[in-house]
Design a protein around this ligand. Structure first.
Ligand SMILES: [Zn+2]
Length: 274
Protein backbone atom coordinates (compact mmCIF):
# COMPACT_ATOMS: atom_id res chain seq x y z
CA UNK A 1 0.00 0.00 0.00
CA UNK A 2 1.35 3.42 -0.94
CA UNK A 3 -0.19 6.01 1.22
CA UNK A 4 0.13 8.86 3.59
CA UNK A 5 2.83 9.16 6.23
CA UNK A 6 1.88 10.59 9.61
CA UNK A 7 5.03 11.95 11.22
CA UNK A 8 3.62 12.44 14.72
CA UNK A 9 1.63 9.86 16.66
CA UNK A 10 1.71 8.29 20.10
CA UNK A 11 0.91 4.80 21.29
CA UNK A 12 1.72 2.90 24.47
CA UNK A 13 2.26 -0.73 25.42
CA UNK A 14 -1.14 -2.44 25.73
CA UNK A 15 -0.64 -3.01 29.44
CA UNK A 16 -0.03 0.70 30.12
CA UNK A 17 -2.24 2.36 27.53
CA UNK A 18 -5.34 2.81 29.65
CA UNK A 19 -3.45 4.37 32.57
CA UNK A 20 -1.23 6.52 30.37
CA UNK A 21 -4.16 7.93 28.44
CA UNK A 22 -6.11 8.63 31.61
CA UNK A 23 -3.18 10.48 33.16
CA UNK A 24 -2.37 12.49 30.04
CA UNK A 25 -6.02 13.41 29.55
CA UNK A 26 -6.11 14.73 33.09
CA UNK A 27 -2.86 16.69 32.71
CA UNK A 28 -3.65 18.19 29.34
CA UNK A 29 -7.41 18.49 29.57
CA UNK A 30 -7.70 17.08 26.04
CA UNK A 31 -9.72 13.92 25.52
CA UNK A 32 -7.94 11.18 23.58
CA UNK A 33 -9.52 10.03 20.31
CA UNK A 34 -8.10 6.50 20.52
CA UNK A 35 -7.31 4.22 23.45
CA UNK A 36 -3.54 4.51 22.98
CA UNK A 37 -3.01 0.95 21.77
CA UNK A 38 -1.00 0.08 18.67
CA UNK A 39 -3.90 -1.93 17.23
CA UNK A 40 -6.19 1.10 17.46
CA UNK A 41 -3.70 3.32 15.68
CA UNK A 42 -3.35 0.73 12.91
CA UNK A 43 -7.12 0.54 12.53
CA UNK A 44 -7.31 4.32 12.27
CA UNK A 45 -4.49 4.31 9.69
CA UNK A 46 -6.33 1.69 7.64
CA UNK A 47 -9.45 3.78 7.66
CA UNK A 48 -7.66 6.93 6.46
CA UNK A 49 -5.23 5.51 3.91
CA UNK A 50 -2.27 6.23 6.17
CA UNK A 51 0.50 3.82 5.25
CA UNK A 52 3.06 4.65 7.93
CA UNK A 53 3.04 6.39 11.27
CA UNK A 54 6.01 7.69 13.20
CA UNK A 55 5.49 6.91 16.88
CA UNK A 56 7.04 9.40 19.29
CA UNK A 57 7.87 8.20 22.78
CA UNK A 58 8.99 10.45 25.62
CA UNK A 59 11.22 9.31 28.48
CA UNK A 60 10.21 11.47 31.42
CA UNK A 61 13.16 10.09 33.42
CA UNK A 62 16.47 8.47 32.40
CA UNK A 63 15.47 5.07 33.79
CA UNK A 64 12.71 4.72 31.17
CA UNK A 65 15.22 4.43 28.34
CA UNK A 66 15.47 0.64 28.23
CA UNK A 67 11.80 -0.15 28.50
CA UNK A 68 10.94 2.37 25.77
CA UNK A 69 13.73 0.98 23.59
CA UNK A 70 12.58 -2.62 24.01
CA UNK A 71 8.97 -1.80 23.35
CA UNK A 72 9.95 0.27 20.30
CA UNK A 73 11.89 -2.73 18.95
CA UNK A 74 8.87 -4.94 19.46
CA UNK A 75 6.45 -2.76 17.49
CA UNK A 76 8.71 -1.59 14.63
CA UNK A 77 7.37 -2.67 11.25
CA UNK A 78 6.93 -1.50 7.67
CA UNK A 79 4.04 0.61 8.91
CA UNK A 80 5.14 1.73 12.34
CA UNK A 81 8.31 3.75 12.79
CA UNK A 82 9.01 4.17 16.48
CA UNK A 83 11.34 6.88 17.71
CA UNK A 84 12.72 5.97 21.12
CA UNK A 85 13.59 8.66 23.62
CA UNK A 86 16.44 9.58 25.88
CA UNK A 87 16.21 11.94 28.79
CA UNK A 88 18.35 15.02 28.01
CA UNK A 89 19.94 15.01 31.46
CA UNK A 90 20.69 11.28 31.44
CA UNK A 91 24.43 10.90 32.18
CA UNK A 92 24.47 8.02 29.66
CA UNK A 93 22.63 9.94 26.96
CA UNK A 94 25.48 9.94 24.43
CA UNK A 95 25.99 6.16 24.61
CA UNK A 96 22.27 5.66 24.40
CA UNK A 97 22.07 7.67 21.18
CA UNK A 98 24.64 5.23 19.78
CA UNK A 99 22.49 2.30 20.87
CA UNK A 100 19.44 3.81 19.19
CA UNK A 101 21.43 4.14 15.97
CA UNK A 102 22.90 0.64 16.19
CA UNK A 103 19.47 -0.85 16.70
CA UNK A 104 18.36 0.67 13.42
CA UNK A 105 15.94 3.36 14.56
CA UNK A 106 15.47 6.46 12.44
CA UNK A 107 15.54 9.08 15.14
CA UNK A 108 14.80 10.35 18.60
CA UNK A 109 12.00 12.38 20.12
CA UNK A 110 12.62 15.01 22.80
CA UNK A 111 10.01 17.05 24.62
CA UNK A 112 11.15 20.18 26.50
CA UNK A 113 8.03 20.36 28.68
CA UNK A 114 7.63 16.72 29.70
CA UNK A 115 11.41 16.45 30.07
CA UNK A 116 11.81 19.90 31.60
CA UNK A 117 14.62 21.55 29.65
CA UNK A 118 15.13 24.59 27.46
CA UNK A 119 15.96 23.51 23.93
CA UNK A 120 18.89 25.96 23.81
CA UNK A 121 20.39 24.80 27.11
CA UNK A 122 24.10 24.40 26.41
CA UNK A 123 24.10 21.08 28.26
CA UNK A 124 21.83 19.62 25.59
CA UNK A 125 23.96 20.64 22.61
CA UNK A 126 26.35 17.67 22.85
CA UNK A 127 23.27 15.47 22.40
CA UNK A 128 22.14 17.37 19.33
CA UNK A 129 25.67 17.09 17.95
CA UNK A 130 25.72 13.36 18.54
CA UNK A 131 22.26 12.90 16.98
CA UNK A 132 23.43 14.81 13.92
CA UNK A 133 26.74 12.92 13.77
CA UNK A 134 24.84 9.62 13.83
CA UNK A 135 22.63 10.94 11.03
CA UNK A 136 19.48 10.46 13.09
CA UNK A 137 16.34 12.57 12.87
CA UNK A 138 15.51 14.72 15.88
CA UNK A 139 11.81 15.32 16.44
CA UNK A 140 11.57 18.13 18.95
CA UNK A 141 8.35 19.33 20.50
CA UNK A 142 8.32 23.05 19.75
CA UNK A 143 6.16 25.95 20.78
CA UNK A 144 4.07 25.98 23.93
CA UNK A 145 2.32 22.90 25.25
CA UNK A 146 -1.33 22.58 26.13
CA UNK A 147 -0.61 20.90 29.45
CA UNK A 148 2.00 23.35 30.74
CA UNK A 149 2.44 26.94 31.80
CA UNK A 150 3.42 29.25 28.94
CA UNK A 151 7.11 29.54 29.55
CA UNK A 152 9.35 29.94 26.52
CA UNK A 153 11.31 26.70 26.35
CA UNK A 154 11.11 25.86 22.67
CA UNK A 155 10.29 28.96 20.64
CA UNK A 156 11.48 29.81 17.10
CA UNK A 157 14.37 31.95 18.30
CA UNK A 158 15.81 28.96 20.18
CA UNK A 159 15.12 26.64 17.23
CA UNK A 160 17.18 28.94 15.00
CA UNK A 161 19.99 28.85 17.55
CA UNK A 162 20.18 25.05 17.24
CA UNK A 163 20.14 25.15 13.45
CA UNK A 164 22.86 27.83 13.37
CA UNK A 165 25.15 25.85 15.65
CA UNK A 166 24.48 22.51 13.97
CA UNK A 167 23.48 23.22 10.37
CA UNK A 168 23.50 19.55 9.37
CA UNK A 169 20.93 18.50 12.00
CA UNK A 170 17.79 16.82 10.65
CA UNK A 171 15.46 18.75 12.87
CA UNK A 172 11.71 18.23 12.77
CA UNK A 173 9.75 20.86 14.66
CA UNK A 174 6.21 19.95 15.65
CA UNK A 175 2.86 21.72 15.31
CA UNK A 176 3.77 23.83 12.26
CA UNK A 177 6.99 25.16 13.72
CA UNK A 178 5.91 26.06 17.25
CA UNK A 179 2.52 25.51 18.84
CA UNK A 180 0.60 28.74 19.46
CA UNK A 181 3.63 30.83 18.53
CA UNK A 182 2.89 31.09 14.83
CA UNK A 183 3.67 34.79 14.42
CA UNK A 184 7.20 34.00 15.52
CA UNK A 185 7.23 31.00 13.19
CA UNK A 186 6.28 33.29 10.30
CA UNK A 187 8.91 35.85 11.34
CA UNK A 188 11.84 33.53 12.01
CA UNK A 189 11.39 29.96 10.80
CA UNK A 190 9.67 30.28 7.45
CA UNK A 191 12.25 29.93 4.70
CA UNK A 192 14.78 28.02 6.83
CA UNK A 193 15.82 24.44 6.08
CA UNK A 194 14.02 23.17 9.14
CA UNK A 195 11.25 20.57 8.95
CA UNK A 196 7.84 21.45 10.30
CA UNK A 197 5.15 18.85 10.77
CA UNK A 198 1.63 20.21 10.77
CA UNK A 199 -0.05 18.37 13.67
CA UNK A 200 -2.31 20.20 16.11
CA UNK A 201 -2.05 23.49 14.27
CA UNK A 202 -4.87 23.59 11.72
CA UNK A 203 -7.38 23.25 14.55
CA UNK A 204 -6.16 26.58 15.97
CA UNK A 205 -4.86 28.66 13.09
CA UNK A 206 -7.06 30.29 10.55
CA UNK A 207 -6.77 28.83 7.08
CA UNK A 208 -5.03 31.80 5.49
CA UNK A 209 -2.36 31.99 8.15
CA UNK A 210 -1.69 28.27 7.90
CA UNK A 211 -1.50 28.49 4.11
CA UNK A 212 0.79 31.49 4.35
CA UNK A 213 3.30 29.58 6.51
CA UNK A 214 3.11 26.40 4.46
CA UNK A 215 3.35 27.97 1.03
CA UNK A 216 6.24 30.25 1.95
CA UNK A 217 8.34 27.51 3.53
CA UNK A 218 10.68 25.39 1.38
CA UNK A 219 8.41 22.69 -0.12
CA UNK A 220 10.38 19.69 1.03
CA UNK A 221 10.46 20.82 4.66
CA UNK A 222 6.77 20.39 5.46
CA UNK A 223 5.48 17.05 6.77
CA UNK A 224 2.03 15.75 7.56
CA UNK A 225 1.42 14.83 11.21
CA UNK A 226 -1.62 14.42 13.45
CA UNK A 227 -0.49 13.93 17.06
CA UNK A 228 -2.97 11.04 17.28
CA UNK A 229 -4.53 10.08 19.71
CA UNK A 230 -4.82 13.75 20.69
CA UNK A 231 -6.52 14.42 17.41
CA UNK A 232 -8.39 12.18 15.03
CA UNK A 233 -6.28 11.27 12.00
CA UNK A 234 -9.26 11.51 9.66
CA UNK A 235 -10.26 14.96 10.90
CA UNK A 236 -6.71 16.29 10.64
CA UNK A 237 -6.51 14.94 7.14
CA UNK A 238 -9.74 16.73 6.24
CA UNK A 239 -8.48 20.01 7.71
CA UNK A 240 -5.27 19.62 5.75
CA UNK A 241 -7.07 18.92 2.48
CA UNK A 242 -9.36 21.90 3.09
CA UNK A 243 -6.31 24.16 2.77
CA UNK A 244 -6.65 23.56 -0.96
CA UNK A 245 -2.93 23.38 -1.63
CA UNK A 246 -1.71 22.56 -5.14
CA UNK A 247 -1.88 18.76 -5.60
CA UNK A 248 1.87 18.38 -6.12
CA UNK A 249 2.60 20.19 -2.83
CA UNK A 250 -0.12 18.19 -1.08
CA UNK A 251 1.54 14.94 -2.21
CA UNK A 252 4.91 16.08 -1.02
CA UNK A 253 3.55 16.94 2.41
CA UNK A 254 1.41 13.82 2.76
CA UNK A 255 4.06 11.36 1.66
CA UNK A 256 7.10 12.20 -0.42
CA UNK A 257 8.90 14.56 1.98
CA UNK A 258 8.58 12.10 4.87
CA UNK A 259 9.71 9.24 2.69
CA UNK A 260 12.85 11.00 1.57
CA UNK A 261 13.64 12.19 5.09
CA UNK A 262 13.20 8.68 6.50
CA UNK A 263 15.23 7.08 3.75
CA UNK A 264 18.03 9.60 4.22
CA UNK A 265 18.83 7.87 7.50
CA UNK A 266 21.21 5.13 6.52
CA UNK A 267 20.53 1.91 8.37
CA UNK A 268 23.10 -0.83 8.72
CA UNK A 269 21.93 -3.87 6.76
CA UNK A 270 22.55 -6.08 9.78
CA UNK A 271 20.04 -4.18 11.85
CA UNK A 272 16.97 -6.09 12.83
CA UNK A 273 14.57 -3.25 12.04
CA UNK A 274 13.19 -2.59 8.59
ZN1 LIG B 1 2.69 14.70 20.45
Amino acid sequence: MKGIIDFHTHTFPDTLAEKAIELLEKEGGVPARLDGKVSSLLASMDMCGIEKSVICSIATKPSQFNSILKWSESIASERLIPLPSIHPYDPEAIERIEIIKQKGFKGIKLHPYYQDFNINDKKVFPLYEKISEENLILVLHTGFDFAFERIRKADPEKIIEIKKKIPSIKLVTTHLGAWEDWDEVRRLLVGEEIYMEISYSLEFLDRDKARDIITNHPERYILFGTDSPWTDQKETLELFRALGLPPSLENKILRENALSLLSSVDIDKNCFLL
